[in-house]
Design a protein around this ligand. Structure first.
Ligand code: ZN
Length: 270
């Protein structure tokens, strides 16, 4: 289509049907493009790959609640138990506690399977070990859509955490590995045949392409899923209240998607 969609930067005043021509000198929030709803046609299974217990619960789980309510099967793969998450508590205590709380968080939003791996919390390194773990799970679960974390050094809220960068980048590479029969060939011996993922979603991305409407019940469940990490959050007195900051965040996303509350993601067609 020549030109740009209504509201997009560069939409030409004076085009047929457009408002009377006037000089536009500032492309501020009022002229921000409205993002499309995330297409879910043909998506029966979603795999979410993150570093820690609670990583899904900062808004992404509200989108998960919307998907599971629509009949999509959603599974989580956590690369660590988050055992290094509470500075005053022994990791041997924290790890199992956080995995239990993650199980409760999953139940709130209808997640049908949770796998928590034993990679070391706090010192995750992107590389072959993580790629192999993630590729194996992709082949096992055969998702059409994979959701992972922003792997950039900077995230919209500030500097990105090392484990989050490692998880996102390794997931990106593992998606390709999962589809290559000559990479991690021992996975074939375990009966894990190659699988091609159709699309990758990245949360916490500064330049999102799509939104998921989480207005109403999905948002309520999303908030409750973070609240399920009760013991962990109690150890972090500075942590904002889930029922306050999550709706504030999703309201910003909603304004971009044209609904009351939304989560925004960057989607890559693979
Ligand atoms: Zn984390």
């Amino acid at each position: 289509m020549p030109g740009a969609a209504p509201g997009m930067p560069g939409a030409a005043p004076g085009m047929p049907g457009a408002a009377p021509a006037r000089r536009v000198t500032y492309a501020g929030p009022m002229t921000s493009p409205q993002l499309p709803h995330l297409p879910m046609d043909g998506v029966e299974r979603v795999l979410c790959v993150v570093a820690h217990p609670d990583d899904m619960e900062y808004g992404a789980s509200a989108a998960v609640a919307a998907w599971t309510a629509a009949g999509v099967e959603v599974r989580y793969l956590l690369l660590t138990h988050g055992e290094a998450g509470i500075s005053t508590v022994d990791p041997a205590v924290t790890g199992p506690m956080r995995a239990r709380e993650q199980q409760a968080a999953c139940a709130v939003v209808g997640v049908s399977g949770l796998t928590v791996l034993d990679h070391p919390d706090g010192v995750l390194e992107p590389g072959l070990e993580l790629r192999r773990s993630i590729a194996a799970e992709i082949r096992r679960r055969r998702p059409q859509l994979v959701l992972t974390m922003n792997w950039a050094e900077e995230a919209p809220w500030g500097l990105n955490q090392a484990d989050h960068r490692a998880a996102g980048l390794s997931c990106l590479d593992a998606i390709r590995d999962a589809d290559n029969p000559w990479v991690f060939r021992d996975l074939m011996d375990d009966g894990l045949a190659p699988w091609k993922v159709g699309a990758l979603l990245v949360g916490g991305h500064p330049d999102p392409t799509h939104g998921v409407d989480v207005t109403g019940e999905p948002l309520r469940r999303g908030i409750a899923s973070l609240e399920a990490h009760a013991e962990y959050l109690a150890a972090l007195p500075w942590h904002p209240v889930p029922s306050e900051f999550i709706p504030g965040m999703t309201a910003q996303g909603g304004a971009v998607l044209g609904v009351e509350h939304a989560m925004l993601f960057r989607r890559y067609e693979l």
